[in-house]
Write a protein that binds this ligand. Structure first.
Ligand code: GLU
Length: 313
């Protein structure tokens, strides 16, 4: 079946544009989140579509009820409203399993028993993935089946990794050769971009602790929720290569992507700096939601300026 490109006249007849804002509740929201959420709101309106909120809380160790409550409070304060219901990933863990099975049945997953220390110690010529982590050097990839079974039966914890080389081959066969993602600009123009998922190596599809992963869950949820437009920061642009591979293999329709610029201060990623105030802290110092919206209208530069005027001492 040919893929239908959202945003085209053909697709618009089929589905209503649907956007999502998908924060992970592992810390307070800051101006970078505000930019992303407000851009989703703006583009959803421009496309005459709707906006959903998804809380990406699969990571039990890092997510908390306090952060979830704070996300709702801050988004409400910013004046954002979302089409209901809100999806909490942690309530849908079982829904990811059939897709993991599908990848397994396609011969694309293998159990990996490696500890972090083992991966760090393994020689890999200093190659890193786009997130800067050491590229997985393929430990346990060719473990004999019998040994895999014995280790699993002995209760040894393992992750499931994607055999990226095979996944790329299957995806190429399914999409008649070229592997691309479709990026939509703010003005609505669509550009096909070649993807290079091999730079990620054999990524984890199901973690040892939670039986799923960010990449698998986000791809499945975007499919199950019929998301047509994925608007998120450029820090996630390289991850799109993994998500596209999974979409092609799992037979999902292709969404349009828009990766927006990041709110940066002194070239440092916002979330990593302690000097930056969270939305709640900004609010406590008297910044209003309207001021943030006004800065958003002017662009990322204005939000940067707002941020640098309100640094923590
Ligand atoms: N939950 C992810 C994050 O907060 C974003 C997921 C996405 O937009 O694809 O970084």
């Amino acid at each position: 079946m040919p893929l239908v490109k959202y945003g085209t006249e053909q697709a618009n007849k089929l589905k209503k544009p649907l956007f999502r804002f998908a924060p992970s509740p592992n810390g307070p929201l800051h101006l970078g989140h505000a930019y992303s959420a407000l851009l989703n709101e703006k583009l959803a309106k421009a496309h005459n579509g709707s906006l959903l909120l998804r809380i990406e809380d699969i990571d039990k160790a890092r997510s908390s009820k306090t952060h979830i409550a704070a996300i709702h409070r801050d988004l409400h304060w910013l004046g954002l409203s979302f089409k209901q219901p809100v999806r909490y990933q942690s309530a849908h863990i079982d829904e990811y399993k059939p897709y993991i099975q599908q990848l397994k049945a396609a011969g694309l997953l293998y159990p990996c028993f490696a500890t972090r220390g083992e991966i760090r110690a393994a020689p890999n010529n200093g190659i890193t993935d786009p997130d800067g982590a050491p590229l997985y050097p393929g430990l346990y990839k060719n473990l004999p089946k019998a040994e895999q079974t014995t280790r699993i039966e002995n209760g040894e914890p393992y992750a499931l990794r994607l055999d990226m080389e095979q996944a790329i081959n299957q995806a190429k066969a399914l999409s008649n050769g070229g592997l691309t993602s479709s990026e939509i600009g703010e003005a609505g123009q669509v550009t096909e971009k070649p993807i290079t998922p091999e730079r990620w190596g054999d990524v984890i599809i199901a973690r040892k602790d939670i039986e799923t992963s960010y990449h698998l869950s986000v791809t499945v949820d975007d499919h199950l929720q019929n998301i047509t437009h994925i608007v998120r920061g450029r820090d996630l642009e390289a991850s799109t290569d993994i998500h596209r591979i999974l979409q092609i293999i799992l037979g999902f329709e292709e969404p349009l992507y828009h990766h927006h610029e990041l709110i940066l201060l002194e070239k440092e990623k916002l979330s990593k700096s302690k000097k930056h105030m969270s939305l709640f802290e900004l609010r406590s110092t008297g910044v209003t939601a309207q001021e943030i919206r006004n800065a958003f209208q002017k662009g990322a530069g204005a939000l940067n300026a707002l941020m640098s005027h309100h640094l923590k001492q």
